[in-house]
Design a protein around this ligand. Structure first.
Ligand code: SF4
Length: 432
């Protein structure tokens, strides 16, 4: 998962990237146009640490990275003398786009530059390459003359919003800088010159959209809208439906901060069990799910504190948005019981994650997924809880309220066929 942005100045891109920091904390970068040349600044870590100096000129594009392909040390935007690009997603067939490439961003920039060398302009070259790309991409491509191409893949996996000439992965980021927004529709490509759209087109024949349901479950900021649906509202509904599908007898509902909060509101509303804050998050620890392995476990150890008065002697219902590796849940149950909780019931406001995502989210192998091959009773035993209950896929669909969603990581049914060779190629670049 990553965040991308474009704006008339590098300074504005910097601010947008800070608003998208939750989408990636491994590295960040900006490329801007200065006197007909592309200039880069970026590095590892948070936006404020990675991007130290830039001129407040532009136009510019930027990226915050959470790697799914290419390993941890890579930074976007990638750039050469002619163009720079930043994208959020994962190109499954990147080897067929550019056999010599070692990761997908490299395949894209090399292929598009090759088309430009053959005489295509930026828009046509980008369209030619992107229309052949299988996978997820929301992308911004900048050339040294300041022309900007913006596109969202034909399935619409990842979000992208605009208030031309401002572009950001999430609507909330544009609101942060006082802009209005519209969402870039799936399968759309456009060229922006001098602050206006000068060309637009579709990328391919229309496909059945496959909006990533995990964007609603976990990734996006609650204020954001994705395909017209507010993320917080959809999460509250996930909690409400969960309370009906998997009721629990308890005295208090507490969220796992912060991503379980909206669903806990819904669970409390639908069950009539009061909501309280029993777990307190150390705000300076970051999101453990999007941290590299090793760092992830250390952060999870120190992330939460417990309010004894809220949980002591009570039957506690803990609501979280999702469980991937289960790094934190066992520890949370222990913390709650150590502080006197009588019972702990875990409720998860999404279905069990049982399959890898090949469209841009980092849960690559089934063996890493705690719910793979385990049922709710086995998980309750593993975590030391009285019960565990997950939302159903039907419940998730109902909560989001859209017909066309990707739910492949829950159902193991992908929006398009993916060959064994493609999986092998993706995994060979993963965490390289
Ligand atoms: S597999 Fe899951 S995480 Fe990946 S795009 Fe589909 S819903 Fe999103």
């Amino acid at each position: 998962m990553c965040g991308i942005a474009a704006a008339p100045t590098a300074e504005e891109v910097f601010v947008l990237l800070e608003s998208l920091q939750h989408r990636g904390q491994e590295s960040a970068g900006i490329v801007w146009v200065e006197n007909g040349e592309l200039k880069f600044e970026g590095g590892m870590g948070l936006v404020k640490d990675a991007i130290k100096k830039f001129v407040s000129k532009g136009p510019a594009i930027g990226h915050v990275r959470y790697s799914t392909s290419g390993g941890y040390s890579r930074i976007q935007p990638v750039y050469n003398k002619r163009i720079a690009l930043a994208f959020n997603g994962n190109i499954i067939n990147f080897k067929s786009l550019e056999p010599s490439s070692t990761w997908d961003a490299e395949a894209l920039i090399t292929s598009i530059t090759n088309e430009i060398t053959k005489g295509y302009d930026l828009f046509e070259a980008s369209k030619k390459v992107l229309s052949k790309a299988k996978g997820s991409y929301s992308i911004v491509i900048l050339d040294r003359e300041g022309k900007l191409v913006v596109a969202r893949d034909p399935w619409g996996f990842r979000p992208l919003a605009s208030d031309i000439p401002y572009i950001a992965s999430e609507t909330a980021a544009l609101e942060d800088i006082g802009r209005r927004w519209t969402e870039v529709p799936e399968n759309k490509i456009m060229l922006i010159e001098e602050g206006s759209i000068t060309k637009e087109d579709t990328l391919t024949e229309p496909k059945t959209p496959a909006y990533c349901s995990f964007e609603y479950v976990y990734f996006e900021r609650p204020e954001s809208y994705f395909n017209g649906v507010n993320v917080h509202v959809s999460r509250v509904r996930m909690g409400e439906i969960l309370a009906k599908e998997k009721p629990a007898e308890g005295d208090v509902v507490i969220p796992v901060p912060d991503s379980g909060r909206s669903a806990a509101i819904g669970f409390s509303r639908a069950s009539g069990i009061p909501l309280d804050e029993g777990l307190v998050k150390n705000r300076y620890m970051g999101r453990s799910f999007i941290m590299p392995p090793g760092v992830r476990e250390k952060i999870a150890m120190r992330k939460d504190g417990v309010v004894r008065d809220v949980v002591e002697g009570r039957r506690v219902i803990v609501v979280d948005d999702s469980i991937i590796r289960g790094t934190t849940m066992k520890r949370i149950v222990k913390l709650l019981k150590d502080k006197g909780a009588k019972e702990v019931h875990i409720r998860i406001a999404s279905p069990p994650v049982r399959a890898p995502c090949y469209m841009g989210i980092d849960f690559p192998s089934k063996e890493e997924l705690i719910a793979f091959g385990r049922n709710e009773e086995q998980l309750a035993k593993l975590w030391g809880a009285e019960s565990v209950g997950y939302l159903s896929i039907k419940g998730l669909r109902e909560a989001i309220g859209l017909k066309h969603l990707c739910v492949a990581c829950f159902s193991d049914i992908y929006p398009f066929p993916i060959s064994e060779e493609e999986v092998k190629q993706m995994l060979s670049t993963h965490r390289a």
